[in-house]
Structures are given as C-alpha cells and as structure tokens.
Write a protein that binds this ligand. Sequence first.
Ligand code: OGA
Ligand code: NI
Length: 343
Amino acid sequence: MAPTLLSDILTQNFSVPQRYIRPVCDRANLTQVHYAECPVSSIDLQSLQGPHRTLILNQIAQACQNDGLFQVVNHGIPEGVIENMMQVSRDFFRLPEFEKMKNFSDDPSKTMRLSTSFNMKRESVRNWRDYLRLHCYPLQDFTDEWPSNPTSFRGCVSEYCTMVRGLVLRLLEAISESLGLEGDYIEKALGKQGQHMAINYYPPCPEPELTYGLPGHTDPNALTILLQDQVPGLQVLKDGKWVAVDPIPNSFVVNVGDQIQVISNGRYKSAIHRAVVNNEKERISVPTFYCPSDDAIISPAEKLLDKDHPPIYRSYTYSEYYLKFWDKGLKQENCLDCFTIGK
Ligand code: OGA
Ligand code: NI
C-alpha cells in the first residue's frame, strides 16, 4: 500500500478508518480526564537570575520529582519567534499533498522526514498524527536538508531552534543545580549533544474516543520543550489520573525525559504523557527533543549514589537506548525497564 498521510485520507473519508481504531481496553476514556485550573506548576523563569534563584530551583525540583512536567513563562523567547514557528508549521501542513510528500520517509534513521502515526513499520494500530521530524543541532549540518517550501521555513525554524537551545541550556543548568550537582553536569553528561524537533499535525477526528494522537509514553531523550497551539490535547499521568495540560499563551511545557530520570538515579521522573484529538479543530504541537549524542555514556550521577541510594540503572550508550525505543514502539511499559538493574 502506498504511504498515505492522514491529512490526505481525511479529504476522502469522514469516518475513522479501521486501522486507527484501538481495541476497547486501550482507549483514552475521555470522560475520566481531570481538568484543573493549574494542573501542573507554572514556573516563572524571569526570577531564575537574581535573588530568587533558590526559590525557583526548589520549584523546579518539586515539579521534576512529583510530575516530571511543568510549564514555563517569561522564558525569554520573543513572541514573534514563536508565532513565526507556528505559522510556518501550519503553512507546511497546508501545502498540497504532492509537495509535502517530497519529504516523506518511513525510515526512522533519516535525519529529516515527513511521516505519519509513530513507526508505521512496527505498529498494528495507527495514531491520528502526521509529523515532520528534523535534526537541528549543530544547525549548519542540517538546514540544507530541511524543506525549502514554504520559503520562510528554514529561516523561521533556524531562529526558533537557536533560541530553544538557549532555553534548554539554562534549564539543564537549573536542573543540575536543583539536584545538588555542578551547573554544567547534565550538559557535559550529554556529550556533544543533539537537538531534534517534530512538528506534529493532528487533524480533527470524527470520533476522537476511538483513537489517539499519541498514546501514553515517556520521551526517550533528556529534556523536551513543547510548544503547543491554543487547541487542547496534551495530558499527563499524575497520581494515576490523566490530567489535561491545556495551553497557556506564550508558555512552553517542559518535560523530563528518560535520560534525566537515569542521570538523577530515579529522583526525577520522566513524565508519562499522551496527546488526544478532538472533532472540531486541527492541532499543532512542536516538541524539541534535547538529547545526548549517540556515543554519550549515560549513567546515574556518582554524586547522587551512596549506601542508601545504590544505582538503579546500568550505564549504556544513548544509541543503544534509542534503538530500543524505536523498536519497542510507544507501549505502556517503559523502555527504561530494559536498563534497570535487577529487572
Ligand atoms: C511527543 C509528544 C505531545 C503533544 O511528540 O512526544 O508527546 O501534545 N507530543 O503533541
Ligand atoms: Ni512525548
């Protein structure tokens, strides 16, 4: 069967095709989702510099321990840069099918590709999502392979990536310090580092309860910075309940990925989150996945280990981890289990 983007199927068919329908035991149960005014902490990064730094570091520590996910405001990335990133994402997914398909590949090892669902080769039920994946650090190694249509794509995305990397480095420093480690500990542990990005496009779905945008998963990288448009869809598992993390204008969602869970020896939790779809509006989200370089050796930080806190995880290279992640697919059981000592 020729690869088809979801956005293309929808122009022909107004019911959910069979291959997107989940078994009843594996559905989102949208009536059970919790909606709260402040579902997760919203942390003001303006105060990270100055006399309130310790207070903010404490807020970060609490959020990483309890939820593995928080929102940030006053993060220093100009509104215009964010708006351009969102607009060029929308424009990309509105291009005619033949134009978009020039970027299509179902090979996860490609550093630039348009695809659909998660890993088409491995899954029996598809997800209600198209996505464009890009590598973006070091920037000059990758921009030439990015789409050149829309014409402003490379410029807008480069500017956005550079600014997000700056934000990531400030957050990694704060997270290191909040663990009692040297400020540059995590950045160094990630080796030469990598920055990947996805532009997720979730079309409206006629029967959202039958399918997922993305089912529950943890992110395999170190830290994710998620930009979402104003359409709700992100949910996080908190104390065993799914909680909606609705968008706040000009904020980002930050989530701890598996690698920080390992480096912190389990003190910080990689958040289990998912994306659900709705029957009215398309939704776009842009996660930046900041990760170790392939050859970086990841292990729990020595300083966090003692007699009462033995290492929970064995050390491994990030490439070993990442291969396992793609191979397993987005299953409920965590990829971390494969690297847990005694499991
Ligand atoms: C992801 C992800 C959430 C969203 O791409 O890993 O969790 O809201 N996305 O799109
Ligand atoms: Ni995710």
